[in-house]
Design a protein around this ligand. Structure first.
Ligand code: NAP
Length: 533
């Protein structure tokens, strides 16, 4: 494998694999670099028990190739991590993608040299690779957040992170487990830890809303039907607001009568999963509408949790429902009815320190043999900032984004020519079906790269005003919603100490975003400067 190619792709998740496939199919030479030992991206690392996608399996899969689509049968409505990882392995085999990859390679730096119009990336071992185009498919939830709790390194027992779970599940029988973090990962892993461990203590700093995931196997008849209906399903998703065929109730919550609202909410609750956050069209933008859905969800928590004090602690008090990523679970609330499970509300009794064998709060010391951290990620910008690409005029990403991410369509950064960020800030990404989103972005980038090569273009860079205008559009879209009201949300960077609070994803909808991308391409890449030198 040469160290000089046309394109470098960093990452082997859904976006990276598709980028490698598109580039190689177009006849470009590709170097693909991945820190993990194999393909999978987020689904390689997040192999904690209970990890499952909150988007239905039939939607959370590639749409670009009918034969690929026909070659895979999802066994369940919501696929578990092992099945998604197996699917990505199947895709890599089918398109022979692994031959482009160097696995176990940590990219630590990237710099663009104007003299030769190429990016040079450097790995942790000092190896370098160069290419004209650099595609960062580094994931928006991949830079692990290690909490800076006093004494964390003094703990003498076993320590696990949900986002870097060992390949062999640890033996937890007879052990006292402490779980820190109650976002999607903590909420998914808790019921399983409770079933395995002698005792589970859940340390909750902020409560989150979670909707039951009524998962079930697809029947053989449904599996046939899914294949038959795929073309229509994909058509319905292509420009939909979240990249799935599902919409909202046909009326705003505030315009529906009470019984009608209740019926709509029960329907969504029973269907389960993240769609509850979009039951009504006005739910994410009108607080009165949001309150209707929020109060319904809170009533369900009180229904399930037998101890009213615990139920009250599990009800969030700091954000409208859905403005922090809504979670999906398999028995989370009922877990707190078990005798071997205890909830510690860190708002009431903050952690003072972790000691060799316990988590000590202001009120008590909780002995633990095992600590599980489900403490999230430096989301959206973390993985890119850790590489901190430097442009031809010495501008570094870290500085360009010091006041929040500035992007053109969430895909390019002024000052960093020929660099593309996939699933990064400034795009709907985490608010949409990430797989179709990755396809849209990669297709747009590859069409641009091929156009540039046909025209002998050496550098492509967004105009600063164009990037500022897109970044302003991202902010304006967010301001029309309730999302910025969630003070501790990772969407805002609020979970990371010292990170600038800026709402990062584009809330205007997947379909609207895609139309913007289409328009820019149709207008011969208006907003970009293509330099032939
Ligand atoms: P997360 O949502 O950021 O949750 C991290 C949790 O750790 C929060 O409860 C946070 O509390 C807590 N925490 C962080 N530092 C702490 C500290 N020093 N002391 C005490 N608690 C601390 O991370 P996540 O659960 O890994 O989920 C991230 C995203 O990944 C999700 O929102 C979702 O988009 C995706 N995901 C999806 C699925 C799925 O498809 N089903 C599953 C897992 C993850 P605060 O809220 O107070 O900061």
């Amino acid at each position: 494998m040469s160290n000089e190619t046309d394109v470098i792709v960093i990452g082997a998740g859904f976006a990276g694999l598709y980028a490698v496939h598109r580039a190689a199919s177009a006849g470009l030479s590709v170097t693909a670099l991945e820190a993990a030992p194999d393909v999978g991206g987020t689904w390689y690392w997040n192999r904690y028990p209970g990890a499952r996608c909150d988007v239905e399996s039939v939607d959370y899969s590639y749409s670009f190739d009918d034969a690929l689509q026909g070659s895979w049968t999802w066994s369940e409505r919501f696929a578990a991590q092992p099945e998604i990882l197996a699917y990505l392995g199947h895709v890599a085999d089918r398109f022979e993608l692994r031959r482009h990859y160097r696995f176990g390679v940590d990219v630590v730096a990237a710099a663009f040299t104007q003299a030769d119009g190429r990016w040079q990336v450097r790995t942790a071992t000092g190896e370098t690779f160069t290419a004209q185009f650099l595609l960062c498919a580094t994931g928006c939830l991949s830079a692990l957040n290690r909490p800076n709790i006093p004494g964390v390194d003094d703990f003498a027992g076993e320590v696990y992170f949900t986002a870097a779970w060992p390949r062999e599940d640890p033996e937890l029988r007879g052990k006292r487990v402490g779980l820190i973090g109650t976002g999607s990962s903590g909420i998914q892993v808790a019921p399983i830890l409770a079933g395995q461990a002698e005792q589970l203590v859940v340390f909750q700093r902020s409560a989150n809303y979670t909707i039951p995931m009524p998962n079930r196997p697809w029947s053989p008849t449904e599996q046939v039907q899914i294949q038959e209906e795929y073309p229509e399903r994909r058509r319905a998703s292509a420009y939909a607001s979240a990249g799935t065929p599902h919409g909202t109730y046909h009326k705003n919550a505030v315009d529906a009568d009470p019984q009608e609202r209740l019926d709509a909410l029960w329907k969504r609750w029973r269907e389960g999963g993240v769609l509850f956050a979009k039951t009504f069209p006005d739910q994410s933008s009108n607080l009165a509408a949001n309150d209707i859905a929020r109060e319904f969800a809170e009533e369900r928590i009180r229904d399930i949790v037998t101890d009213p004090v615990v139920a009250a602690d599990l009800i969030p008090d700091d954000h409208p429902i859905g403005t922090k990523r809504i979670c999906t679970d398999a028995g989370y609330y009922a877990t707190f009815n078990r005798d071997n499970v205890r909830l510690v509300n860190l708002r009431r009794e903050p952690i003072e320190a972790i000691t060799a064998d316990a988590v000590r709060t202001t009120e008590a010391s909780y002995p633990c043999d095992v600590l599980v951290f489900a403490t999230g990620f430096d989301a959206m910008t973390g993985a890119l900032n850790r590489i901190d690409p430097t442009g031809p005029r010495g501008e570094r990403l870290h500085d360009i984004w010091a006041d929040g991410p500035v992007t053109f369509l969430g895909l390019m950064v002024p000052g960093l020519p020929n660099l593309f960020t996939i699933s990064g800030p400034g795009a709907p990404s985490v608010l949409a079906n990430m797989v179709l989103h990755a396809e849209v972005q990669v297709d747009w980038v590859m069409d641009l790269v091929l156009t540039a090569r046909r025209r002998g273009v050496r550098e492509i860079e967004p105009r600063r005003d164009a990037a500022q205008s897109w970044t302003a559009a991202v902010a304006t879209a967010a301001a029309k919603t309730l999302f910025p009201k969630a003070a501790s949300s990772w969407y805002l960077g609020a979970n990371i100490e010292g990170k600038k609070r800026v709402f990062m994803p584009y809330t205007g909808g997947f379909g609207t975003y895609r139309r913007h991308c289409d328009d820019v391409a149709r207008e011969d890449y208006a907003g970009l400067v293509l330099t032939t030198r």
